[in-house]
Design a protein around this ligand. Sequence first.
Ligand code: HEM
Length: 218
Amino acid sequence: MAFHGGKDRLVYWAVQLACFSPILIFVLQAFTGGLTANPIEFVLRQLGVWGLRLLVVGLALTPVARLLRQPGLTRYRRAVGLWAFTYVCLHLTTYIGVDQLFDWRTIGKDIVKRPYITIGMAAFVLLIPLAVTSMDRLTRRLGPRRWKRLHQLTYMVAPLGVVHYYLLVKADHRPPLVYGAVVLALLGYRLANGQIERRRAAARKAAKDAGKSQPLRA
Ligand code: HEM
């Protein structure tokens, strides 16, 4: 999507900077000894949390835009979605390269035997077509209808991310439950809104058809 005005551009870059800032903070923490006693686990987990947060923000942008009557907000969905994908990719890369040191046999076993890894992997796989089709050329080639249908996958990815989180925490289940409640509310909104839109479209079509079947008066 093109950003024309100076203010639009400024907001766009502010969004990009906001999404990038967790990485800047990790780098800063790395130099100041802030990555805790277990830096690998800390970074792995933080990257996962940021992936999930941005997935949720991406889902929330449309309802928030409607609520605040700021339709322009929806223009940042792609940027936020791509950042969510970036964090999940870094999360997965940290797991494969730093946590498991490319031990493919153990990674394979984890994917098959540990349900939270299986579900995380499923979420990641579903994110790939979303990220790929975010490129302008492919978006145009797909057409708005198919693009929209495909991008409804986000409504599966976020819940899978939440389940992944819920299954891996051992003690305090409150954080994943909070994410779960937010995702559920956003899903509920999406379903209700979809139904209202379908009803409106059906009413419009019925009105149009009724207009067509009126006999012509002399
Ligand atoms: C959309 C995809 C994903 C999301 C949203 C996500 C999110 C998360 C979150 C929120 C956490 C917990 C952070 C915390 O405890 O504070 C986490 C941890 C973790 N995730 Fe993911 N994740 C995803 C995909 C994956 C994939 C594909 C893998 C590996 C194949 C993976 C492996 C892990 C591991 C190993 C941990 C840490 C477990 C531990 O420390 O015990 N995740 N992830």
